[in-house]
Design a protein around this ligand. Sequence first.
Ligand code: IMP
Length: 414
Amino acid sequence: MSTLIIVGAQWGDEGKGKVIDLLTPQVDMVVRYQGGANAGHTVVVGDEKVVLHLLPSGVLHEGCQCVIGNGVVIDPDVLITEMAGLQERGYLRDPLRVVVSDRAHVVFPYHRLIDQLREARKDATFIGTTGRGIGPTYEDKVARRGIRMGDLIQPDVLRKLLETILPQKNQEIVSLGGKPLVFAELFAQATIWGEKISHHVKDASLLVEQSIRNKKQVLFEGAQGTALDVDQGTYPYVTSSNTVAGGACTGVGIGPTLIDDVWGVSKAYTTRVGEGPFPTEEKSSAGEHLRKQGHEFGSTTGRPRRCGWFDVPLVRHAARVNGLTGLVVTKLDVLTGLEDVKVCVKNDDQKVPVYETFPGWTEDITHARSLKDLPRNARNYISALEEKCQVPIVLVSVGSERSQHIMVRKPFTS
Ligand code: IMP
């Protein structure tokens, strides 16, 4: 086995960044395939906390090639700032390890502005987006009026495209009550971005495919989660991309027969940011415990996350639509100190959750490095999740640091 997709099994923020970062020392390449700077992957190294929005989490490991596939929408300003920030902190000594697909679409300032102006109306279409211009950029892609990275690095092509598109965008901005953007300023800014990024822009599909054929170990890093997938999620309260495992093939340009394994990542409870249904949401003191102990505030927007109990039907759905071969459970330590821990085992006809209750534990579990190090109640809880979700548990995270985890099954071994 040499390829593994990591996907979120809930509404994002499941701790995928840590999982990818943990597995990266064993891999040659990490690839992002959808989403954009709406993602916020937090990785803790020693005393340092690094939040990545666009770069694959593997970027912290010098030997690892990092690819941003065609399915990602790229805000060049974020990408350039993120790379410079990492270099200042001593990471990314070889910046050319970062490769960006020439087919990936560019997020322009008008996309961000339109996203924010639309959301500010708080009308019936309010989603609670991250305001990063993600939806408007994917809309332009599908409407065939997007600008791609390959265009950004060719000033003549870029000029022609922007001359046609900007007036249309300005019309929408004005109709939403915003201030139109000035062509000359936008073009000048975009040309600088193109110059700075040009060395990274390549045919990423070919690069990834060749690496797999050459038996390199390749990890695909999903952003957001299955329940935010534009097709399989809680539509319309979703993001605008295919977050599921299938998105890795279309978002990179490789065939499904090249994928060996798919691991879903789920918290030991559930969180959600933004609007939309959340059957197991807890507004009681238990919900407050989860938010406080789990530091449940968005890493991109700082918004408090909505918190609730583990939802088996939700993760079973993720197992099905992603074809999960393994389940990673994160943040088990956050449940420590709760008298009882509830799990939604099914929804009744009115979609009201039906719970099973498990006794909690008070012991510090952050030092556990194998399942048998866990107190009995925590072990029982993990076994129950495995049995009810019908996916083998491969990894359990018991704290935010890299070392704080239990590896049940090593990847790239079968
Ligand atoms: P957008 O992706 O900014 O358009 O936001 C659409 C929905 O997806 C909103 O509910 C966001 O809160 C949610 N969302 C987008 N990215 C993330 C993420 O990385 N983690 C969690 N929720 C996200």
